[in-house]
Design a protein around this ligand. Structure first.
Ligand code: F6P
Length: 341
């Protein structure tokens, strides 16, 4: 059988590890592969190339994706789903391995509902995909953010400043919570808990009163103020209807300076969190997901996604994976709160 592999949505460290694993395992099962260029766009535009063991050699440690990616949504294009099916039929492609987050896998689920043979792999630095303990890419993003917070600490301390570090994560606070905990942040602000500026200022003033003249605040890009949230969001929407987030860090730094009198700065980590080599953990997780996805294809388990439960890789339905966002564990946030202020 000929199998298409695609990577959709934002790039993420570990994508190449998954692609390599799907191909290596799949060839053991006797499959042939094509790599689809730039996510669902490549299936709409019939743009793909032969992928084999040689083509995936030497890519395990590389960031990005050798297939390219895009945020294309076939269900937002005139005749999009039909063109996807036409590409599959014309090229005798029997199945798709879709590697992506809630958007890419949401498309996979809708195509599966129309009879397309598809399996999924859970990718996103945001770690917000339901039904899996961790997505690959998250560990790398947290490691990068933690290292950045360590570096910001020294400047904050040297200058007696508050530094607000804005991290990614969209509408879930996983990156902020984990990196904030690992980096020893004095306040962590996440979308799951609306921000009360007076409370933040009070925490920072209490540090000052104890002689701690610097502070680190980690804020998730999707965190919102309890009042006045419209001030810090753009209105741009992508094909999946997501607003482009960003700006809360700068807003907070200004407000903190006004309320506390402590000089404050903001740093936005942005796409640095998605760049470069995956951590060892993400390489291993991506490899396990890829091998499992190839086995799902062998077993004809269409509409399923590889997921991590505890330390085991299991299959769950794409429906389960995409039915809601996975938000932070409140218990972990309580642990982080012990160290606030
Ligand atoms: O979903 C991954 C992610 O990096 C989010 O954390 C962030 O909000 C978004 O993608 C950024 O998207 P783009 O790369 O299109 O600006």
């Amino acid at each position: 059988m000929k199998v298409a592999i695609l990577t959709g949505g934002g790039d993420c460290p570990g994508l190449n590890a998954v692609i390599r694993a799907v191909v290596r395992r799949g060839e053991q099962h006797g499959f042939e592969f094509v790599g689809v260029r730039e996510g669902w766009r490549g299936l709409i535009e019939n743009n793909h190339f032969r992928l084999n063991r040689d083509a995936v050699s030497g890519i395990l440690h590389l960031g990005g994706t050798i297939l390219g990616t895009s945020r294309t949504n076939p269900f937002k294009k005139e005749g999009g789903p039909e063109r996807v099916v036409q590409t599959l039929n014309e090229n005798h492609i029997g199945a798709i391995v879709a590697i992506g987050g809630e958007d890419t896998l949401g498309v996979a689920k809708r195509l599966f509902d129309r009879g397309v043979k598809v399996v999924g792999c859970p990718k996103t630095i945001d770690n917000d995909l339901n039904g899996t303990d961790y997505t690959f890419g998250f560990d790398t993003a947290v490691s990068i953010a933690t290292e950045a917070i360590d570096r910001l600490h020294t400047t904050a301390e040297a200058h007696n400043r508050v530094i607000v570090c804005e991290v990614m994560g969209r509408h879930a606070g996983h990156i902020a919570l984990h990196a904030g905990l690992a980096g020893g942040a004095d306040v962590i602000l996440v979308p799951e808990r609306p921000i009360v500026l007076d409370d933040v200022a009070q925490l920072l003033r209490s540090r000052l009163a104890r002689g701690r003249r610097f502070s680190i605040v980690v804020v998730a890009e999707g965190a919102q103020l309890q009042v006045g949230k419209d001030e810090v969001q753009t209105k741009d929407l992508d094909e999946f209807g997501h607003v482009r987030l960003g700006g809360i860090g700068a807003y907070l730094a200004r407000e903190i300076e006004v309320r506390t009198g402590i000089e404050s700065r903001a740093t936005v980590l942005g796409h640095i969190q998605r760049g470069g080599s995956p951590t060892a953990r993400d390489r291993v997780l991506g490899t396990r997901y890829g091998v499992f996805a190839a086995d799902l294809v062998r077993d004809g388990k269409w509409g399923q996604m590889a997921a991590l439960h505890g330390d085991a890789i299991v299959g769950i339905s794409l429906e389960e994976a995409t039915k809601e966002l996975k938000l932070i564990d409140p218990g972990l946030f309580e642990v982080a709160e012990v160290f606030f202020g």
